[in-house]
Ligand binder design. Structure first.
Ligand SMILES: C[S@@+](CC[C@H](N)C(=O)[O-])C[C@H]1O[C@@H](n2cnc3c(N)ncnc32)[C@H](O)[C@@H]1O
Length: 226
């Protein structure tokens, strides 16, 4: 996980971030999550969304490496925002299908346009609340190799989404949570998830959290400072 090597794809990641950085656009967003601690109105400058609600360069690079390392083929991201993490994961694994879900229409439209402009053919953008995404896909039996839960930072909601993904995981799936220390409530949810009977290993990276389901492994918690 800690890896200072400069991967070829990192340049693409920086270019994508820079293409958004100087945007003068202001979006009227719908908030389906726990709200922002920093941004208090529904009118959001895209550059502020990038600064406060998107993966940092370091986080995007970590997701890039995880997708490469685990050779993922099916990825689910809950919370597209501007598509920073989506872009990183899709760039890392062009052969994988990256399904990403975003509830706010204006953000969804912008991200979709930006990802299409990048020429990424392996991204499937979905405009939906997370709840609706699962409710309307009860028959869908897709098992994901990596699931990134990064939206609606409320403990209760996080636990619900975790329950919803349990029939979408296999023995080698990794589930990544962002902002596990965002609030006491989120940390409580993270601790509960680590103790869940289906979870074996969990890795606490002090911001990101990862859980695994490998039956070969006993339940154990690891702490890694990145
Ligand atoms: C932190 S941002 C995602 C950042 C992105 N994954 C990245 O790494 O750059 C969370 C996004 O999830 C969306 N969101 C939050 N709660 C949601 C919900 N219940 N249903 C659908 N979208 C939601 C928000 O609109 C926001 O754009």
């Amino acid at each position: 996980m800690r890896d200072n090597q400069l991967y070829e794809g990192y340049e693409k990641l920086s270019r994508f971030r820079n293409s958004i950085k100087n945007s003068k656009l202001i979006l009227n967003i719908e908030d389906h999550g726990a709200g922002s601690r920093v941004l208090k109105t529904n009118l959001r400058a895209v550059k502020d969304i990038l600064k406060h609600n998107c993966s940092t360069e370091k986080d995007a690079q970590l997701l890039y490496r995880l997708c490469t390392y685990f050779k993922v083929n099916q990825v689910l991201e809950l919370g597209t925002s501007l598509g920073i993490a989506t872009h990183a994961m899709a760039t890392a694994r062009p052969q994988a299908k990256i399904t990403t879900v975003e509830g706010s229409a204006s953000i969804y439209e912008l991200a979709k346009k930006a990802l299409v402009k990048e020429g990424l053919k392996n991204v499937y953008t979905v405009h939906s609340t997370f709840k609706n995404f699962f409710e309307t896909r009860k028959e869908d039996r897709t098992k994901y190799d990596l699931i990134f839960i990064d939206g609606h930072h409320s403990g209760e909601a996080t636990l619900q989404y975790f329950e919803s993904i349990l029939d979408r995981v296999h023995n080698d799936t990794v589930v990544v949570f962002d902002d596990i220390y965002w609030s006491e409530d989120m940390t409580r949810a993270w601790n509960e998830i680590c103790k869940h009977s289906k979870v074996t290993a969990s890795v606490d990276c002090f911001d990101f959290g990862m859980v695994f389901f490998r039956k070969e492994q006993l339940q154990e918690r690891f702490y890694v400072k990145l």
